[in-house]
Structures are given as structure tokens and as C-alpha cells.
Design a binder for this molecule. Structure first.
Ligand code: ADP
Length: 661
């Protein structure tokens, strides 16, 4: 076993690798960017080397500096984690040339799977079923269109250098093909510097099922069963599970065998994942799964496999890389129970899942209810430089139902403030009928999106609770505990208190009167209710109303009170009686919805614009976002320039004020 290794990654996966190293007595060296100087993984490592820079290309992609750091600290091997340099064969080669061990497969195996077209050809040759399609050498539009017609619509255009769902377009009809191809090529060129595309039959009712494989340097290859990653949003995994629901035993064996064959065909070593797509239009069937691609590294979702097999995959990676044989043979591996993983992101489902950057003010991750993999602490900044994942929440149960219940319980106990998160979206997805019934497919989230995003209307009791939390905190701004102030509340017969909440359309007045220490009566419009409130922990309460006793949590986020009861979350703020600024902010001003770069500026002072006209294009988290005029009018001011980095909420363009007719 190694004595010391360097981890060429950041965040949760760096922490995850360090944990196993500690268990094995292996010393760790972290490398980090300037933005990550105070990050958890840097604190956890035994040593740390600064790479400088902020963005990935200024830091975690600097292969030479990383190798130099390994040499200067006496590390014997480099673990690349996932993303960054993990699937870069030149890096793997350079590590080896420097006399270090690359904790991953040989460069030749990475290369064999690097381009989707070559990988498919190699798999066909090895006897692994591949998705029917075209991946030949000729790549002109006419050839691709005639191949698409031969395959039969709908088809999927994929960038051969693709990854992360980029450069992919589904095409329904021949007449849309050329425009879609242009779009895919453009994105492929921009993201990978390679516009070549391949065509695949679009599989209907597709399920994404992948097999974890492991190989050692002594000719042994095993698989550790499947993971189902069909719950996807825009080709990005959202909740992963193992095993796959409805998987027939003989199909599991066939998929495992195909994956092992794939690994053998390219001389694999270490951890890898062979991704298949299955046509589940009539349930999972033996003859309806096809190879899509192989990821020659550890996957984000590897913990669900660990949970059902009891294997520490990072430990196996270290053992195999240091020359040991695989710790277990195929016959010794078995599936125990069911596991699920949800990816908690700093993003705002309500704004189309835009990344939500900023400082994490309050963080409670469900460490008691689940295995939590995170690289973030309260007080940390979620920056626009890297993936905005906050944590992976992994649960295990005896059955799928038990795992699902635990996942929802864990998500309901997750509290984050300072940034928006997808935690409610995840909890609703876990409870979505098709998903809960074990019928996921890759289109499920898109179809169910409206329901998954629907905000329930808060009950009068919840509004009354919000009124209490908001006003008592205002009276005692330094005291985070509203109950502390309630203790000293005056006795029975107290006059009604009036609290005005900002409502979606108009302010809502809540009349409150206290009945005794715990009980309140509230009137809101025509509704009248009684509630009994007890504190049940830090930021937690029990709310009894209409004979129903529920647990919930709350936190204060600036002006807002965020109240969570079960799967529902509601945000309240007090009514602001100065309406002038409010309407002006909506109508006259365009502000940055997230921190980012002003990529193109189209507006100029004095210009006449119509509602919806593009004013500027921002870029953040590799996404482009067009900001357009909120109404017809004249541009009064432009407060930014092309290439400027702007903070969230910055006023970018103002229109001339308009008399409200
Ligand atoms: P990337 O490398 O960009 O992640 P993949 O080839 O892994 O691209 O595909 C990503 C996702 O796209 C898959 O998980 C699946 O949901 C969907 N997909 C891929 N190929 C097909 C296909 N032929 N038919 C239907 N869906 C597909």
C-alpha cells in the first residue's frame, strides 16, 4: 500500500478519498485553488499545496503543477477523483512518466473509451451490444442525414467527444435534422473543440442502467452489479439507486457479463463504469440493453454500490493501483438491500435550476439519517467557479420502499440557508408516483416538472406561525430563538396583535391572540384557526392544528423566514409598506439574477426597446442567459460593460421611468 498520495480534486470527492486514506493509514496531499484555500478538504488533508487561480483551468487542470506538487511532497500516487483530469489520458501518461502511480486505468484504456464513435466500434468488435446507429468516418451533414433516415426517426445526435449531455440533440423529424445537427456541432466545438457527431436510434422509454466494474493488474475482472440513474434532468443524474427496480436476475447477469467483456477488451485496471441504455417500454428485457459509453474513473454515484455490496470502492482503487489483487472474486459479491443517492445542489428550481451562489449561512445535513458526502461547511462560499453541489445524501434500507422513506426523511431534515437548493424538488421527486412505483425513465422529470416544482399554498396555521417567527425575531434581532422571547409573553387576555405578511398578490393581515403559553388563535381573512406550538429542538417545532401534530423546522434567511413542514417549504417576509421601490424594481430595472460574466451587451443608452428584446447576455457556470427588456421603453442607463464580472443583484440596465397610467 502507498504511504502517501496526492488528490488532484476538490470538494466532496477529495474529502471522500481522504477518509478512506485515513482508514488505511495513507497520508494525503491536497492541491487547491485560491478560491478553495479554506475549504474542508484542505483542512482534512495532511498537507496541502496551492495551485493558485480561481477557475478550473487556472488550478485543477494544471497537470504540470499537480505532478510537481506530488514530486515535491513525496507522494507516490495521484488520485484524480472524477471530472477535471480524471479521464485525460495525457495526464495519466505524464503521471506515470514522472515515476508516480496514476490511481486509475492505463492511458490506453482511457483513450479507447475517449471518443464515443471509436468506443462503440471497439465494443461491437468485442461482442457487446451497442445502440443501433451510425458512427462511421464520414461526418458531412448529407451522410448523417441519410444515415438518420436509414436508422429511422426519432434519432439522437451526439458529439463523439461529448460528455455531461453536451452536444446532444433529439430529432423527431427529418426536416428538423440539419438545424439540430448545426446546434449539436456548435456546442460540441465550443465544449470539446471537436464538432464531429454520431447518430443513434432514440430509444423509447429509456432507462439509464450502468454497471460498476473493477479490474486488477493480474487479469481479474469483476462487476459490482448495476445502478439505475434514469432520474435525469437534461441528461444530468438527479437521484441514483442500486439495484435497478424490476431487474430480472438473468438480465443482471447478462449486463454484468457484457460490462466485464467491455473492460477486458480494453485492458482495463481499477474502477470503471459501463453505461447502458435499456428500452423499458415493456419492462426490462434481456435483448433490449445497449452499450452507451464507459466512464474510466470513479463515478459520483459510487456510494450506492458501496451501500449494497459493503465494498469501499476507493479502498479497492488504492489496493489495485498499488499492485494488490482484487480483494473479492465475483462469487463473493452479493447485493444487500436497496440504496439511493440524491444530489443536493445550490440551485434554484424556480428559476430553471440556475446555480445559486453565495455564502452558506446555515447548514444542517442529515448525518444521523443518511450517509452524507459533502465538502462544504456553514460559512463557506458557493462560487461560480465550480460545480455547485452541496452534498450527496445516501440512504440504505432493506427494501426500495424503506430506502425511499429514509431518503425523504433525510431530505426533510436537510436545512440550508444563504443559497437556494433543490432539496424540496428532490423530496417531491422521491414521492412522485412513477418514481415511487419503481418506474423511472429518463423523461420522467421533464414530464412531471410542473408537479415537482409546484409550491403548495400555505395553510392559515403556517401563516400564523410565520407571523410569530418574523415579528418576534424583529423585536429581538440578536436572539435566534423566538421561543426565548415567547416565554416572557404577557398573560391571557392580551389584545390581538396585527402582523402584515407580504403575500404573492397583496399583503395579508394576520390577527394573533395568545391563549396560553403554547396556544394561539389566528385570523387571516375569513379563516380562523387555533394552533399549539412547542419547540422540539434547535430550529425545530411541533405544530398542532386541527388535531394534526406535525414536526417542522424554520430558519431565518435575511428578511425571509423559511418554514418547512413535511415535504412543503414556504418562504415568508413581512410586508414592506414602501411600495414605490417595489414596482420600480420590477418594471424599470434589469438586475443580474446570479453572479457571472457580461458576455455580450446589446443595449445602449437612449435605445428604444420593446418588452422581450434582448439587452445583454450573461455567462455563469458555463451557461448563457439572455436578459431582456421587462417592458417597452427607453434605455436610461447601462451600468456594466462587456467582460465585466458582476455580483448577483447588480443593476445592469435601467429603463426610463414611466408614468403609471
Ligand atoms: P454524455 O456522455 O454526454 O453524458 P451519454 O451518451 O452518456 O452522454 O448519454 C446521456 C444520457 O442521454 C443517457 O443517460 C440517456 O438518458 C440519454 N441517452 C443517451 N443515448 C440515448 C439514446 N440512444 N436514446 C435515448 N436516450 C439516450
Amino acid at each position: 500500500m502507498f504511504r502517501k498520495i496526492l488528490i488532484a480534486n476538490r470538494g466532496e470527492i477529495a474529502c471522500r478519498i481522504i477518509r478512506t486514506c485515513r482508514k488505511l493509514g495513507v497520508a494525503t496531499v491536497a492541491v487547491h485553488s485560491d478560491a478553495d484555500r479554506d475549504a474542508l478538504f484542505v483542512d482534512m488533508a495532511d498537507e496541502a499545496v496551492s495551485l493558485g487561480g480561481q477557475t478550473a483551468s487556472q488550478s485543477y487542470l494544471k497537470a504540470d503543477r499537480i505532478i510537481a506538487a506530488a514530486l515535491s511532497t513525496g507522494a507516490e500516487a495521484i488520485h484524480p477523483g472524477y471530472g477535471f483530469l480524471s479521464e485525460n489520458p495525457d495526464f495519466a501518461e505524464a503521471v506515470t512518466k514522472a515515476g508516480l502511480r496514476f490511481i486509475g486505468p492505463p492511458a490506453s484504456a482511457i483513450r479507447a473509451m475517449g471518443l464515443k464513435d471509436a468506443a462503440k466500434a471497439a465494443m461491437e468488435k468485442a461482442g457487446v451490444p451497442v445502440v443501433p446507429g451510425y458512427h462511421g468516418a464520414a461526418n458531412d451533414a448529407a451522410t448523417l442525414l441519410s444515415e438518420a433516415t436509414r436508422i429511422g426517426f426519432p434519432v439522437l445526435i451526439k458529439a463523439r467527444a461529448g460528455g455531461g449531455g453536451k452536444g446532444m440533440r433529439r430529432v423527431e423529424r427529418p426536416e428538423d435534422f440539419t438545424a439540430a445537427l448545426d446546434g449539436a456541432r456548435h456546442e460540441a466545438q465550443a465544449s470539446f473543440g471537436d464538432p464531429a457527431c454520431l447518430i443513434e436510434k432514440y430509444v423509447t422509454h429509456p432507462r439509464h442502467i450502468e454497471i460498476q466494474v473493477f479490474a486488477d493488474d493480474h487479469g481479474e475482472v469483476v462487476h459490482l452489479f448495476e445502478r439505475d440513474c434514469s432520474a435525469q434532468r437534461r441528461h444530468q443524474k438527479v437521484i441514483e439507486e442500486a439495484p435497478a427496480p424490476g431487474m430480472p436476475e438473468e438480465m443482471r447477469a447478462a449486463m454484468g457479463e457484457a460490462a466485464v467483456k467491455a473492460a477486458r477488451a480494453i485492458g482495463y485496471s481499477g474502477a470503471g463504469t459501463v453505461e447502458f441504455i435499456a428500452d423499458a417500454s415493456e419492462g426490462l428485457r434481456m435483448d433490449r440493453f445497449w452499450f452507451m459509453e464507459m466512464n474510466t474513473r470513479l463515478q459520483v454515484e459510487h456510494p450506492v454500490t458501496e451501500a449494497i455490496t459493503g465494498v469501499d470502492l476507493v479502498e479497492w482503487q488504492l489496493r489495485v493501483a498499488s499492485g494488490e489483487p482484487l480483494p473479492k472474486r465475483q462469487q463473493a459479491l452479493a447485493i444487500h438491500g436497496w440504496a439511493m443517492e440524491a444530489r443536493l445542489y445550490a440551485e434554484n428550481p424556480a428559476t430553471g435550476f440556475l446555480p445559486s451562489t453565495g455564502r452558506i449561512r446555515h447548514l444542517r445535513l442529515p448525518e444521523m439519517e443518511a450517509r452524507v458526502e459533502s465538502g462544504i461547511r456553514a460559512g463557506d462560499l458557493v462560487t461560480p467557479f465550480y460545480d455547485p453541489m452541496i452534498a450527496k445524501i445516501i440512504v440504505h434500507g432493506e427494501s426500495r420502499e424503506a430506502a425511499l422513506d429514509r431518503l425523504v426523511a433525510a431530505l426533510n431534515r436537510t436545512e440550508v440557508s444563504g443559497v437556494e437548493t433543490n432539496s424540496r424538488f428532490l423530496a417531491r421527486l422521491a414521492r412522485q408516483a412513477d418514481f415511487a412505483a419503481g418506474n423511472p425513465d429518463t423523461g420522467l422529470i421533464a414530464r412531471a416538472l410542473d408537479d415537482l416544482l409546484a409550491e403548495g399554498t400555505p395553510t392559515p396555521e403556517t401563516k400564523a406561525l410565520a407571523a410569530l417567527l418574523l415579528t418576534d425575531l424583529d423585536r429581538l434581532p440578536d436572539d435566534p430563538d423566538p421561543w426565548a422571547s415567547l416565554k416572557g409573553f404577557r398573560a391571557l387576555g392580551e389584545a390581538e396583535e396585527i402582523v402584515v405578511l407580504a403575500g404573492a398578490e397583496r399583503p395579508e393581515t394576520v390577527y394573533l391572540s395568545r391563549q396560553d403559553r403554547h396556544c394561539w388563535r389566528a385570523r387571516i381573512g375569513a379563516a380562523e384557526c387555533r394552533l399549539r406550538l412547542t419547540r422540539s429542538g434547535e430550529n425545530r417545532f411541533r405544530l398542532e392544528a386541527q388535531g394534526h401534530d406535525r414536526q417542522g423546522s424554520w430558519h431565518r434567511d435575511g428578511e425571509k423566514a423559511v418554514i418547512r413542514i413535511g415535504e412543503d417549504e414556504h418562504v415568508f417576509r413581512l410586508h414592506d409598506p414602501t411600495p414605490a421601490n417595489r414596482s420600480a424594481a420590477g418594471g424599470n430595472q434589469v438586475t443580474a439574477p446570479m453572479p457571472g460574466l457580461v458576455k455580450r451587451l446589446q443595449a445602449s443608452v437612449g435605445q428604444q426597446v420593446r418588452a422581450g428584446d434582448p439587452l445583454l447576455v450573461m455567462e455563469a457556470m458555463k451557461m448563457e442567459l439572455t436578459l431582456s427588456a421587462p417592458r417597452d421603453g427607453t434605455v436610461a442607463a447601462v451600468n456594466c460593460s462587456e467582460g465585466a464580472q458582476v455580483a448577483e443583484g447588480t443593476l445592469l440596465v435601467a429603463l426610463e421611468a414611466q408614468d403609471e397610467a
